[in-house]
Design a protein around this ligand. Structure first.
Ligand SMILES: [Zn+2]
Length: 265
């Protein structure tokens, strides 16, 4: 079904982009995204997706809001300290847009916990800060042949990659071992860095879901210290256990205007 009059007015400005049609917008409305993490980075992604008209968000994030979260986590607010962040994010996003349904789960991220949540999902977004949860997301997404959008920050450096099963390799292909200098907790972070990479990942998700433009062709890194941006090729690693385990499930879901995905610098 194409857009209602209300929807046409709400999303009119993005449909002014050449090639971004009512059909593109209808694809966003028909999409379901699992968003793992609604901190600084994931919060910016949540705003981007709800703002653009993605039909359903499934939020997964365990733990309650603390005072020290609030320098960057803009889905939260002063009065929410001590309350579960998944529920606070759901409430805020539903206030923001009546066009997006939001489901929230205040649970730790494991492959087992993710399995029932991924049934009708089109895209998995990794906005977590630790590698055990990132790897669980990667393996659960691979198991269902789903694309995984990885977004991360390390100090002033932002990273983003869109992993397409069967085409690009996966997170475990890129990082077979945990980067030793990435602190899982207590790492330094400015809100503006989290929001920058969150906005980039939000745009990448919208492009992917709507079938608009071309995908990020590799691991994108950007330093907010000097604004140097680089793109590193993504390749499947022949000995990746995560890819080997999931290979029977891998389907390539390709609907980009640009055609086949190839990675290059
Ligand atoms: Zn792999």
């Amino acid at each position: 079904m194409l857009m209602t009059g209300e929807e046409l007015e709400r999303f009119r400005r993005q449909m002014l982009h050449e090639g971004f049609t009512e059909v593109s917008q209808a694809r966003l409305r028909a999409s379901t995204v699992l968003l793992a993490g609604v901190g600084g980075l994931g919060g910016a992604i949540g705003y981007a997706l709800a703002g653009a008209g993605v039909g359903k968000l499934i939020i997964v994030h365990s733990g309650a809001l603390t005072e020290s979260n609030l320098n960057r986590q803009t889905l939260m607010a002063d009065g929410g300290v001590g309350q579960p962040r998944a529920m606070l994010a759901r409430r805020r996003l539903m206030e923001y847009s009546r066009f997006t349904r939001v489901e929230a789960h205040d649970i730790p991220i494991t492959e087992r916990a993710l399995a029932p949540l991924l049934r009708d999902v089109d895209l998995v977004i990794d906005a977590r800060h630790n590698f055990p949860e990132r790897r669980a997301l990667n393996r659960a997404a691979l198991e269902r042949g789903l694309p995984l959008l990885f977004a991360a920050m390390d100090g002033l450096e932002a990273q983003m990659a869109l992993f397409i099963p069967g085409a690009t390799g996966c997170l475990d292909c890129l990082y077979p071992e945990d980067p030793p200098d990435w602190e899982p907790f207590g790492f330094p972070v400015f809100g503006a860095v989290a929001h920058t990479i969150g906005a980039m990942a939000g745009m990448e998700a919208v492009k992917h879901l709507a079938g608009y433009g071309s995908p990020a062709r590799g691991l994108v890194t950007m330093s907010l210290a000097d604004y140097r941006t680089r793109i590193f090729p993504l390749r499947p690693a022949p000995d990746c256990p995560a890819c080997a385990r999931a290979s029977h499930n891998i389907l390539i879901k390709e609907h980009y205007n640009a055609g086949t995905i190839t990675c290059h610098v």
